[in-house]
Write a protein that binds this ligand. Sequence first.
Ligand code: NAD
Length: 491
Amino acid sequence: MTLKNYVNGAFVPAWNGKVRSFHNPADNSQLGEAADSSIEDVDKAVRAAREAFDNGPWPRTPAPERASRLFRLADLIESRAAEFAEMETRNCGKPLRESRFDVADAAACFRYYAGLATKPQGQTFEVGDPGIVCQTVREPIGVCGQIIPWNYPLLMAAWKLAPGLAAGNCCILKPSELTPLSASLLFELIDELGFPPGVAQLLYGPGAPVGARLAESPLVDKIAFTGGGETGRKILAAAASNFKKVSLELGGKSPNIVFADSDHDRALEYTLFAIFAGQGEVCSAGSRLLLERCLAESFLPRLAAAAEKIVVGSGMEESTEMGPLISRAHQKKVLEHIQSACCEGAQLLTGGSTYNDHRSAGNFVQPTIFTNVKPSMRIVREEVFGPVLAVQVFDTEEEAIRIANDTIYGLAAGVFTRDGAKAQRVVRRLRAGITWINTYHPTFNEAPWGGYKQSGMGRELGTYGYEAYTEVKQINHCINPQPLGWFGSAP
Ligand code: NAD
């Protein structure tokens, strides 16, 4: 299987013919190869997008027509849902049931933004002059580079393409070099729907030079990026060259606060889900459990026992509850974090290693929980992006808030308590973009997603995510021009 780029309405190999292999993280077998693009491929796609935006029909296509194309794309995704889910699981490892959920969510995202495209966009303003109609309209930004990570390949593609295309932009998607597979089927469907050439394009290849070139190109108007903070910094610096619009969805070290007055069974179930769903390779993972001290003695042994029973294996097995990490390199990084926590004096409650059976061929790491952690430890401060939970205890509400906010990140946070007033008090003081009370992880296409502090810039999803793909134009219409009398020489 050799996956091609999709440039200017055609599937094409990289111009130099190079390919890069991609793998199944459950056993590290090779799944296929994808175009290994270079700067020339990026420039070609950017020129095609520029032409499509400046002179093509898409930005000027009436919104209902753009919407109808995206509604059909959502239908097509659903009609191929089983294929998409298998591709996603084979390539990024997550259990099939999670992939199925992602596929449904991706289709719903296209549908949401198709609907939003036809809803009211502009405003009129009551200004001081009754002879002026002052209004705004929203227009597409232009050529958008969209760079996505490997943990939700199809869903992240939808989060980027759906609002971008709905608003009339011309989009170039760059998936992670580790997970090119599901984008190939997505672009088959896009091809089938006959978007004008250059409107939706796909470039495979590594961050540098492909993503880096998109970020620096003077012909690109916006970069939307989801990934790690270090990469985000480079993108922001490169984008400064022509003051591109930039949106960044970055990492997190999200606290999940469990008070003693919570429903303990539900809190325990969601604590597991918060950190071990998606193998912990989730930006909003609840990787810090903040537990009220008087609850710790009864809660932690039950939590450890439940973590040990999680069924870890190939995502293709229906019974699997947690899959492998994305790559050997990432597995090594996660194991180094575990090692460093042990060296710094954290207590390993459960997990902490790989498996000595058939799973050793893949990139599996046991569900891992550390207690006795200190605020200065790396396991508390750094994003592990794996199935590793650090437990901190607190005595008071005030202390819980202080510990929760003691991080450079601010993506998400959970609070478990039966006291509604306390829950509201606490979430209002948490410096995080997404908060959950008595639940964890639900994400809605309708509501804004993004982080405070070093978890990102801007918001995706909801109306915020749509507006981020538009420029606002002010139109002042003088309905009955009168002499101005400013310069005496004027007629
Ligand atoms: P990454 O930053 O290594 O890569 C993300 C994408 O950027 C990939 O497509 C990669 O090829 C590309 N890239 C790499 N170097 C680049 C460069 N110099 N210029 C332009 N593009 C470049 O991140 P990753 O390892 O793929 O993903 C994990 C990270 O993503 C984690 O930190 C995680 O928290 C974050 N993430 C955040 C969200 C969110 O919504 N906030 C969602 C998913 C993942």
